[in-house]
Design a protein around this ligand. Sequence first.
Ligand code: TYD
Ligand code: MG
Length: 451
Amino acid sequence: MANKNKTVYICNVCGYQTPKWAGKCPDCNEWNTFEEQQESFSANTHVSNIVSLKLTDIEEFSEHRYDTGISELNRVLGGGLVKGSVVLLSGDPGIGKSTLLLQTTHSLGITKKVLYVSGEESPHQLKLRAERIGVYCENLSIICDTDALAICEFIKKDMPDVVIIDSIQTMCIKEINSLPGSITQVRECSNLLMRSAKTLNIPIIIVGHVNKDGNIAGPKVLEHIVDSVLYFEGEKNLSYRILRAVKNRYGSTNEIGVFEMKDKGLKEVKNPSQALISGKPKSVSGSCIASVIEGSRPILAEVQGLVCQSGFGNPRRMSTGFDYNRMSLLIAVLEKRAGYFMGNCDVYVNVAGGLKIDEPASDLPVALTLISSLKDEVLRDDCISFGEIGLAGEIRSVSFAELRIKEAIRLGFKKCIISESNLKEIPKDYKNEIEIIGVNNIRSAYYEAIK
Ligand code: TYD
Ligand code: MG
């Protein structure tokens, strides 16, 4: 094939490609987002120099990890920051990304040379923030610039141990004719940084903003390029923040780290269950403790429900921290299989503390809070429950039952309602410390929860 020069148009929001310019992106429905790009390659001048390796011949490589000094962050990274890896830290503006990274430099900087590149703040602002959160680090150097090529040159010359880029949306390559934050700039800058990280074996943490739909602003491609993607989430007006790995080439993706935003920066929450249930109101209907597994650890969380007479023909349903469709399904099961009628009621579900739970094990506590609110009866304060609810109204077993019960015992709960089939696998000695009840339908579960 002869030389081929092709023009493609790429949407700078979602990365959709089309050979023709269009005003509206058919994929994400944004207007005026297409950018022109030349795609060129020449097939017959290409010389192949690929060699293959036998798996057994490849030298063993032990990942070298740096301790970030923040154990919740280490946990989410899979045990520390891997040398030469590229980590994307993303989250809503103002959630605390810059604060978290500046805080890591405090302990990282004791033994490592850290370079903090900020395209968003001036050196004075950074200094002010560092003073406020008590970060003092002699090995921390700061660059306030956005020229990605110059920054990579600097990294090569200076050879720091860790690089932080805050944020990728402010970085640009001058030779590329599009604005910082656009898909082309973001992609090229991340590729450039990625190459530096891999060739120089320096870990780079990149901050990425999230757009209004909750996706990483700019291209989705960014997620494919990097080794790990961490999301920093939480309600801005609540103080708890949850750090979650959504992709990790060097560890598990379901670990979470819990932080609290204080006036002196982020504080690790070592005992998240305690923190999440500490605000639980006593003797109030529509509140139940759920037990969810996040990664390898159990977390207790308070689920609240409110069921009240609807003033309109169309009842309102709202859910925060719990899947909306799952809630609708549970309401249907409660009506059809257990006889709790909510068809003419507004129903609200809320998981306290800004936690999001998406485990089937939280079906039972959600159902119990809804019934409790509907009947305005108080559930026992010292009782937790977990179990999946099937469409026939049966309570099904869930995994990690032992872990969940251990956590409930640790926090002083006295009663635990689980599915009958789960009960069989629980060792006897637990039963001395907590009353464990196995149930097989919603009605008996509710009866046990108020007894
Ligand atoms: P920041 O780290 O700048 O967010 P991001 O980099 O993700 O945009 O966090 C800013 C928010 O955190 C701001 O709303 C104020 C709050 N904050 C505190 O509550 N306490 C503190 O000590 C600091 C530094 C910030
Ligand atoms: Mg910031």
